[in-house]
Structures are given as structure tokens and as C-alpha cells.
Design a protein around this ligand. Structure first.
Ligand code: AMP
Length: 215
């Protein structure tokens, strides 16, 4: 049983670590960004609404995100815990999440905060490429695929996320600092935050997270 939130700026490695944590603790990985991207791909009404904000690097309105996240948390597979990646992103969302969990007799066990400096975030995000089909992540300089532009795992085309362009990335970091960074203090007050250096390499970051979780 583990109820956890992965916090950190865009490009801190939340998605990469989330997949591994979810696997180790056998809990669902819930990424609000992934839910929006799926809806955009499928052309749903939600997708059309979310895209407008995402392409600029702005946050999707709180009420919309809260509705999506809490609906997902009501699904059966969340009974024994969950890993939230990219939600909450504002203090308002965090308060609503707390209220929701309390109403269901639950609370967060730990909030993992991945810290990475701005220069490194920009390098990571603007160089990031993802597989169009399976979503596997690459980097043009530090995690090249074997064949240029082609996914090692499934052979599909690698693309750049439409919000990974330099202009949007700079705005996403600005938005993080203004709206999401205050969550560090919010969770620090509850004494459940673990601060992890996100620049020490994938394996070391993962091991530090497991140590912080402590089970
Ligand atoms: P991510 O994949 O987590 O980087 O999210 C991509 C984009 O989806 C963000 O830049 C936001 O526009 C939107 N988004 C994802 N999660 C949230 C959230 N909790 N609150 C508001 N917007 C979100």
C-alpha cells in the first residue's frame, strides 16, 4: 500500500521515475498530462479544451484537472494505492486532493520532490524525443536511439512533444515556479515531503526514492 505524489518541475524526470516506482510497488501510475495527451489524440472535447492551454505551457484550469484526477482515483485499481505524476500542480488542487482523500478515509504517505536546476531542465526538455506509438523517451544528445529518429523498442517514429519547444518550455518553468513550487512548502508543513536531487543519474535517483519510501 503506497499513496504517493511525484512533485518537481517539468523535465525533472517524474515520468521516467514514475514508471519504475509504479512497477516496484504495484500501483497505478496516474499522469494527468498523459490523460490529456490521450484525449488530444482521440479528439475528445476534453482534449480540445486542454490542448489550448498545453500548447502554450499554461496549466489546464483547476476544476477540470481535479475532476479528471478524482474520477480516476475512484477506479478499483487505486484501492491499494497510487502514484500521482503531475497532479496536483497548484495549492488549490492539493487542498482538493486532501479533501477527497479524507472523505475516503485515506491520506498521502509521502510526496517525492525531484529537484533539478533550470538550465538542465531546458537542456533536457528541448532535446527530448518520444516515440509516437509506445511513448518511450529519448534525448537527442544524452539518450540517442540506435537509429536516428526511430524507436529502439517498437520501430516507430520519434517526435518532439508540441510543448517541448524552447518558448513553451521557458513558460512551463515559469508557470512551475509561480504555481507549483509553493506545493513544496504546503507538503513540508505536513511533514511528508522527501527532497531528492534529480541530477544524480537515473539509478541513483530511483534508489534514493526507494530509500525515502522506506518499504
Ligand atoms: P506533463 O505531462 O505532466 O508535463 O503535463 C503536460 C501539460 O498538461 C502541462 O503543461 C499542463 O498544461 C497540463 N497539465 C497536466 N497536469 C496538470 C495539472 N495537474 N494541472 C494543470 N495542468 C496540467
Amino acid at each position: 500500500m503506497l499513496r504517493t505524489v511525484l512533485l518537481g518541475p517539468p523535465g525533472a524526470g517524474k515520468g521516467t521515475q514514475a514508471v519504475r516506482i509504479a512497477e516496484k510497488y504495484n500501483i497505478p501510475h496516474i499522469s494527468t498530462g498523459d490523460i490529456f495527451r490521450k484525449n488530444i489524440k482521440e479528439g475528445t472535447e476534453l482534449g480540445v479544451k486542454a490542448k489550448e492551454y498545453m500548447d502554450k505551457g499554461d496549466l489546464v484550469p483547476d476544476d477540470l484537472v481535479i475532476e479528471i484526477a478524482t474520477t480516476r482515483l475512484l477506479e478499483d485499481d487505486c484501492k491499494n494505492g497510487f502514484l500521482l505524476d503531475g497532479f496536483p500542480r497548484t495549492v488549490y488542487q492539493a487542498e482538493k486532493l486532501d479533501t477527497f482523500l479524507k472523505a475516503h478515509g485515506q491520506k498521502l504517505d509521502i510526496v517525492i520532490n525531484l529537484a533539478v536546476g533550470n538550465e538542465e531542465l531546458i537542456r533536457r526538455l528541448t532535446g527530448r524525443r518520444v516515440c509516437k506509438l509506445c511513448g518511450a523517451g529519448y534525448h537527442v544528445a544524452s539518450m540517442k536511439p540506435k537509429k536516428d529518429g526511430i524507436c529502439d523498442l517498437c520501430g516507430s517514429e520519434l517526435i518532439q512533444r508540441s510543448d517541448d519547444t524552447e518558448e513553451t518550455v521557458v513558460n512551463r518553468i515559469r508557470v512551475y515556479e509561480a504555481q507549483t513550487a509553493p506545493l513544496i512548502g504546503y507538503y513540508d508543513n505536513s511533514g511528508i515531503i522527501a527532497n531528492i536531487d534529480g541530477t544524480i543519474g537515473l539509478e541513483h535517483v530511483f534508489n534514493s526514492i526507494v530509500t525515502a519510501i522506506g518499504v
